[in-house]
Ligand binder design. Structure first.
Ligand SMILES: [Zn+2]
Length: 509
């Protein structure tokens, strides 16, 4: 094929092939396969495609896309590779060059995985407007395909899903052609943003060898230790459970099919703190990381885990400062204190010298580091006093209006209560404590927060649309109620009146 399109930033290869079909006006899936692969049996795979040598060949003229570039920048490989053994990572790369026949998925545990693979197509309604402005066309961005996390981090919103007869044809490469009237928003949780951020960071990591099972085993023992979740050689699972449940609610974990039962011996949370014999999913890793070491990024963590010596028996970390001269420890502590005073903990770790100092202390003086950091997680005190409240009030209100406009048409959005609005803000927590300094924001919240009545009416409306009801159709009151998650007992009087009106039977109260 001449003029095979160049993959756009973060575009899935699947999407580039679909665009090639669109550009060349090829309607038959088999003909597209013939043109691109010279092979009519290739299966259209969204997340971990194979036959990539053919694509590398088609892109040779650009001088830009190596096989590794395609795999790491234009597939979902980065989400799984760090967690399988190095031999499996290398084998998967080899398989992806030619025919893989599903064995990459099998090797990455995606068939038997507890995290169900996404089978719908998603897109962000705001991202696609920007795509059209920048590139003049739409494409599937891989950040929308992180399994189980239907959100756009860039725009803090839920993704729309195209529920059409997807994969009616296993050889079909479907281009992104938004259909604004039929595509529905996916429900999401605010915790999705924590895991979504980590997942996207995993996708963006540079190619690197995977840590071994032994290294992961040691790493998890260390973090259990750092949080005092160990007694001798035993991990105290009831405490690791507490640690995770404090961050992620039980309902949330269950909704991701990752429920943890403290009484069940085979619960994933228990096995991840035991000897690793198999790969855990990226979501399981990210849930533990953000509950135990929220200050570390996936990049830091992988760098650290890879540096753990595989042969050395596990030494209890926090007491291992004995062999290092006290002067050196003092010097490193001082260095880190200076960095944190200037930049804060989170940004401090991102500057070059900060990263090295952090990792040194993490290895050699973990107790001190974690205690110090926990006291300095917010910005330095000096800056706090300089807050210009009127300006902050104005910018928060602006941000709140953006959230309102973005979510207003999203019928599946959770109740837009005062705390919901605050949770959408980057610093919602600190704002709720300072509302007395923020008259505009307070006014916004009291005016636009959704009460139970409005929320119930919205759910009824959404249920009607999902049931495909029009003005003239006969409405089944019971189905509407069930789909809206309402019952006779819970429905408010106003929502009841609304429901009666649309069912065209107006009861007198
Ligand atoms: Zn977006």
């Amino acid at each position: 094929m001449w003029n095979f399109p160049t993959p756009l930033p973060d575009e899935l290869i699947y999407s580039t092939i679909a665009r090639a079909g669109l550009h060349h006006g090829i309607q038959s899936p088999k003909q597209l396969l013939e043109e691109v692969f010279q092979d009519r049996k290739v299966v259209a795979t969204v997340d971990l495609p194979s036959h990539l040598n053919a694509i590398v060949h088609l892109l040779q003229r650009t001088g830009r896309f190596s096989l590794i570039d395609l795999i790491y920048k234009h597939t979902m490989f980065g989400l799984y590779a760090p967690f399988v053994q190095e031999s499996h990572r290398l084998k998967a790369i080899t398989l992806m060059t030619e025919q893989a026949s599903g064995s990459v998925h099998l090797m990455f545990g995606l068939n038997a995985s507890r995290v169900p693979n996404k089978n719908k197509f998603h897109y962000c309604p705001i991202c696609i407007q920007q795509q059209r402005e920048t590139y003049g066309e739409y494409f599937w961005n891989r950040a929308w395909f992180v399994p189980n996390l239907p959100i756009c981090l860039k725009h803090n919103c839920s993704l729309l899903s195209q529920d059409y007869i997807q994969q009616q044809h296993r050889h079909l490469f479907l281009p992104l052609l938004p259909n604004h009237t039929q595509d529905l928003p996916e429900p999401y949780f605010k915790e999705d943003f924590i895991l979504g951020q980590m997942s996207v960071e995993l996708l963006q990591l540079d190619p690197q060898p995977s840590p071994s099972h032994e290294q992961w085993t040691k790493f998890y023992l260390e973090i259990a230790d750092a949080k005092n979740c160990r007694r001798g050689s035993q991990v105290r699972h009831e405490q690791t459970y507490e640690q995770v449940i404090n961050k992620f609610k039980y309902v949330y974990l269950n909704s991701k099919n990752l429920g943890i039962n403290p009484d069940q011996d085979t619960s994933w949370l228990k096995t991840i703190f035991r000897k690793h014999r198999k790969a855990f999913s990226f979501l399981e890793h990210c849930i533990v990381w953000s509950s135990f070491i929220p200050e570390m990024t996936p990049k830091d963590i992988l760098q650290y885990v890879s540096s753990i010596s595989a042969n050395q028996y596990f030494v209890k970390r926090p007491t291992s400062t004995d062999n290092i001269p006290l002067v050196k420890i003092e010097e490193m502590r001082q260095k880190w204190q200076d960095i944190v005073l200037l930049h804060g903990v989170t940004s401090g770790r991102k500057i070059k010298s900060g990263q090295a100092t952090y990792i040194w202390l993490y290895r050699n003086d973990q107790n001190w580091l974690l205690t110090f950091n926990s006291k300095h997680l917010s910005k330095p005190q000096v800056r706090k006093n300089k807050v210009n409240w009127p300006i902050r009030d104005f910018s928060i209100t602006k941000e709140l209006f953006k959230i309102l406009y973005r979510s207003n048409d999203d019928l599946a959005c959770p109740r837009m209560s005062k705390s919901w609005f605050l949770n959408q803000l980057s610093k919602g927590n600190s704002i709720s404590k300072n509302l007395h300094q923020l008259p505009l924001s307070s006014k916004f919240l009291s005016t636009y927060s959704e009460n139970t009545i409005a929320y119930q009416i919205r759910r009824i409306t959404h249920a009607m649309i999902r049931l495909g009801y029009t003005e003239s159709s006969t409405k089944d009151r019971w189905r509407i109620l069930r789909l809206a998650g309402l019952s006779k007992e819970r429905i408010t009087q106003e929502a009841q009146i609304f429901l009666n009106m649309i069912c065209e039977k107006i009861y007198a109260y």
